[in-house]
Write a protein that binds this ligand. Sequence first.
Ligand SMILES: [Zn+2]
Length: 206
Amino acid sequence: MRIPKAVERLVSSFEKLPGIGPKTAQRLTFYLLHVPQAELDTFSEAVKQLKSNTKICSICFNVGEQDPCQICTDRERERNMICVVEEPLDVAALERSDGYRGLYHVLHGRLEPLRNIGPEELHIHDLLPRLENGTISEIILATNPTMEGEATAMYIAKIIKESRIQNSGIRKIKITRIGRGLPVGGDLEYADDVTLARSLEGRREF
Ligand SMILES: [Zn+2]
């Protein structure tokens, strides 16, 4: 039996998603065949509008509905600290944990030399101009406790330490790293709220 083109197309679209193999892609596609058309329309409309109705914040590079994002424009937040994370999902996790009230900086990935992802592919160097106006007193490096996450944190600490902001003598920015209690090799977004809040509280100078 020949598989209909429409089925084939959706299977190959699902297969491109992270963590989805050919078997799961087929299962999802055949599952959707049983879903009422109206629900499918809602689903496909949501996919269609995903990018057109979201914006990347030009200050912190988080994903939001406006630019600058809600966090960057919120005057109630502590504006003297920036928490550096790998992905927008990490911002969501930290916000959920309720342990942090400062600003963010989203890298959109981590240094991965084996996949040719260097500092230029990430929003690493966009961090430095944010430190120039002298209001930031602490940078919290909250990249994942994986090998790549550690290397990324180390790289960022190095460029801040070498920057003229840090060497101008006016004020030193404290660089800290979260970690205590987080499972090594794990992802921030999967940590539970209490662990996450604790690892923020117990951050150490880097
Ligand atoms: Zn922002």
